[in-house]
Design a protein around this ligand. Structure first.
Ligand code: GUN
Length: 283
């Protein structure tokens, strides 16, 4: 079994981003990301802090906009519009989930697709689906980069994706389909999950249920990508895979923490650098 070391790979990619970023800075271009956070949700605050810190590490300027939980939809849309019009800003990220009184779809569509470094705008979603170059969401992009780095091709492989969210499962299915895989997207209503996972060469899971994937649910030599992040009562961070037993059967497996998580963050940085180049380097 080989551990897919997302932490090490992300750190290597961060060095490349830092180098490229400093070349841009020498040309007077400062890649800039606006991060919008509504409310005080602990997990969202932690993610936003991680993203801001990662920007600092690689020399991307970040602008954090924090708003109270009760901010009106109108006010939030006004702020997004200002960020969108601001020529200095290359990427805008609105941390999800938003409070219930705010229409997430309206907010995401208020970001112009050129600044949508999260890849959540329907324009970018559609282009990814059609196999056209676009910003892809950070987690699926991170998974694809991790597989690529370990020379794991998805072409002609059977892939089971567990979790059908707009942020992870659906875009990951699109990217893998475009790369030649046969995809089963499983979700909460899927009957006999093991039927799909057992026939999969690659299993990707991200639903937030510790120990969901057990050793008897995967075939010998499968590649296992754990996208789940769960904090146990004892404070330990675990994924959705029963790591101890599954790792004995898998050919490759991601650890949690240190697998997909760092790849997600670095993919956001890559998207932001790309947005800066697209917007600020005139051909
Ligand atoms: N909430 C959970 N994952 C994400 C993500 O990748 N981006 C944003 N903006 N919000 C999230």
């Amino acid at each position: 079994m080989i551990l897919l070391d997302g932490k090490a790979l992300a750190s290597t990619i961060e060095k490349d981003i830092t180098n490229e970023g400093s070349k841009l800075r020498n040309q007077g271009i400062v890649p800039t990301l606006a991060v919008v956070l509504v409310g005080e949700d602990a997990a969202s605050c932690a993610y936003v802090n991680m993203k801001v810190k990662a920007c600092e590490r690689v020399g991307i300027k970040s602008i954090a906009k924090k708003m109270p939980e009760n901010v009106s939809e109108e006010e939030l849309l006004k702020i997004i519009e200002e960020l969108d019009k601001n020529e200095e800003i290359d990427g805008i990220l609105v941390q999800l989930p938003l409070p219930k009184h705010i229409n997430t779809k309206l907010v995401l569509e208020a970001i112009s697709y050129q600044k949508d470094v999260d890849g959540f705008h329907p324009f970018n979603i559609g282009r990814i689906l059609a196999g056209i170059e676009a910003f892809a969401p950070a987690t699926p992009l991170g998974v694809m980069n991790l597989l690529k780095n370990y020379n794991i091709s998805v072409r002609g492989k059977n892939v089971a994706i567990i979790g059908a969210s707009n942020i992870v499962g659906k875009p990951l299915a699109s990217l893998m389909l475009n790369a030649g895989a046969t995809i089963s997207v499983c979700h909460i209503l899927t009957q006999d999950l093991a039927f799909f996972t057992r026939s999969a060469d690659i299993v990707c899971v991200g639903v937030g249920k510790p120990d969901l994937i057990q050793a008897d649910m995967i075939k010998e030599g499968a590649v296992v990508i754990d996208i789940g992040i769960n904090r146990l009562e004892n404070g330990k961070l675990v994924g959705d895979v029963a790591f101890e037993s599954v790792s004995k059967k898998a050919s490759f497996i991601t650890p949690v923490p240190g697998g997909v998580g760092p790849m997600t963050i670095v993919s956001l940085l890559q998207n932001t650098l790309l947005a800066a180049k697209n917007r600020k380097i005139k051909n």
